[in-house]
Unconditional design. Structure first.
Length: 115
């Protein structure tokens, strides 16, 4: 019997293979090389002597199922930021967490803290 982690990994491999049909790995590498070097905002936000809070935006989970049917992810992220979160973890895995890459892009544009 496959574990949840194994199921998630298999689904990620399958999505990666499908994505390669639309965009080559070389193209992804070229774009990655154009990104700013050494800007590790998420990691740097956690380098503190105090407690650092990573708050999570997720619509569902493998163990709990659907958590937020409406999922106002931008509102959630802004509330986390206002409450003092140091970082926001945005679930983008579509199969078990019902995530979407769009959530990460839109949240990153809407808040000043790292995602």
């Amino acid at each position: 019997m496959e574990t949840i982690l194994e199921t998630l990994a298999a689904a990620a491999r399958e999505r990666t293979e499908k994505a390669k049909q639309y965009r080559s790995l070389d193209s992804v590498r070229r774009d990655a090389e154009l990104l700013p070097k050494g800007d590790f905002r998420f990691e740097n936000a956690l380098r503190t002597d105090d407690i650092a809070f990573i708050c999570e935006c997720k619509k569902a989970s493998p163990s709990k199922g659907l958590i937020a049917p409406e999922f106002p992810y931008l509102q959630i992220a802004k509330e986390y930021e206002a409450a003092g979160a140091d970082c926001i973890s945005v679930l983008t895995e579509p199969t078990r967490f019902l995530g979407d890459d769009r959530y990460l892009a839109e949240i990153a544009a809407a808040v000043k803290i790292p995602c």
